[in-house]
Every structure is written in C-alpha cells, then in structure tokens.
Design a protein around this ligand. Structure first.
Ligand code: GSH
Length: 217
C-alpha cells in the first residue's frame, strides 16, 4: 500500500510534502480535497486532520497532518533511499537542521505567508489586498533575509554544506513570493539569490512547481 497525500497540488503545504517524497525517490497518490466545496471541514476529512486543513498523509494505518511533521516522517522512514534530508547519521548536523527548520516555521513563515496571502490568495476570495500588511511584512522579511545572507556566506545551505529539510521547507512560499513585484528582496542578496536558484532547480521541486498554478497568467 502506497502513500496517499490528501491535499492540492497548488497548496504550499501540500507542495512541501510532495517535494520531500520525491527527494526520497518515492511516489504518492494525490487525493484532491475540494476546499471550495468545504470538503476539508467535513467529518471524513476532519478524521484525518481535526483542524480541517490540508495536507494529510495516509501511510497504511498511520494518518498524519502538519506538513513539516510529515516531511520529517518521510525523511526518517525512507532514510536509506534518495537524498539524506535530515542528516540522520550525524547528531550535530541533524540538530542544525532542526534549528533552521524552526527558523523557517517560527520566524520566516508568518512573514512571507502574510505577503503571499495578501498578494495572491486574498484576491482569489474576492478580498481586497491590504498593502499596509504587505509593506510591514516586507520590511520584516528584509531583516530576516539579511540574517540568511550572512549565514549563506559561510555555508552553501542553511544548516551546513548540504541540502536538507531546512532548505526544502522554504521552497513553496518563496516560489509564490517570486511571482510578486518584490523579488528584489531575494535578488538583491547574492547568497540568498544563489541559494534560491539552487534549491528551486532541484528536479523534485521542479516537478512539484508544475502544479503550483496560483497567480499564473
Ligand atoms: N501548519 C499547517 C501545515 O503545515 O500543514 C498549515 C496547513 C494550512 O495552512 N493549509 C491550508 C488550508 O488547508 C492550505 S495551504 N487552508 C484552508 C483552511 O485553513 O480552511
């Protein structure tokens, strides 16, 4: 029985999980969840994620939600195949991967998600984009990426000279951010730009990005 990923190809959190699965040389069945019809708030989906959000992963009798917890499970379950995403054989490197995974989810994510939401998602729901929210978060993002720039001067990837879940977790939101008019926030920081170009050109993410169609003209 294979992996079943309940979600949508265009959803950032689904894309995060899909990228990790491909990095491990595995495949999955995508079970589409119709958000417009509110399927994610129906009992059958709430049984998979009681918070009513995509994605959820089913692996036999195990059901998981929270995209970052799912990628960690996938990295560990398939540790002997594909790319080593969590440095499972090196305690110190594994700890550094966890540090930068926390940075992504606690510091980076709320800021970039607010920008992407206002710019790309709010209009889809007929809501007016709040430019003040975008402007405030762009200022915060610049400060965060100054720290990334400095870090990426000393190592090719965030946790060290190896691509890991810490980098992978950033992919879907930066991808949508790069469809905005504010790409200079990334491109003006040469190490951040090189890092973004490197990680987004991995075959796993290129395949996933084909389905990330929000904002596509
Ligand atoms: N922390 C969760 C994760 O990483 O999996 C967030 C999941 C999430 O925000 N999912 C969005 C969703 O289901 C789509 S990307 N939105 C619909 C809703 O919240 O009603």
């Amino acid at each position: 029985m294979g992996l079943k990923l309940h979600g949508l190809a265009l959803s950032t959190c689904t894309a995060r999980v899909a990228t990790a699965i491909y990095e491990k040389g595995q495949d999955f069945e995508l079970v589409a969840v119709n958000l417009t019809a509110g399927e994610h708030k129906q009992p059958s989906f709430l049984a998979k994620n009681p918070f009513g959000q995509i994605p959820a992963l089913e692996d036999g009798d195990l059901t998981l939600f929270e995209s970052r917890a799912i990628t960690s499970y996938v990295a560990e379950k398939y540790k002997d195949s594909g790319h080593d995403l969590n440095r499972h054989n090196n305690l110190k490197e594994a700890a550094l991967v966890k540090v930068w995974m926390e940075v992504e989810s606690q510091t980076f994510h709320p800021i970039i998600a607010a920008i992407v939401y206002q710019h790309l998602i709010a209009p889809l729901f007929g809501q007016k984009t709040d430019q003040a929210v975008i402007d405030a978060n762009l200022e915060k993002l610049k400060k965060i990426l100054d720290v990334y720039e400095s870090k990426l001067k000393s190592s090719k990837y965030l946790a060290g000279d190896f691509f890991s879940l810490a980098d992978l977790h950033h992919l879907p939101y930066i991808y949508y951010f790069m469809k905005s008019p504010w790409t200079s926030v990334v491109n003006d920081r040469p190490h951040v730009k090189a890092w973004w170009e490197d990680i987004s050109s991995r075959p796993s993410f290129k395949k996933v990005a084909e389905g990330m169609t929000i904002g596509q003209k």
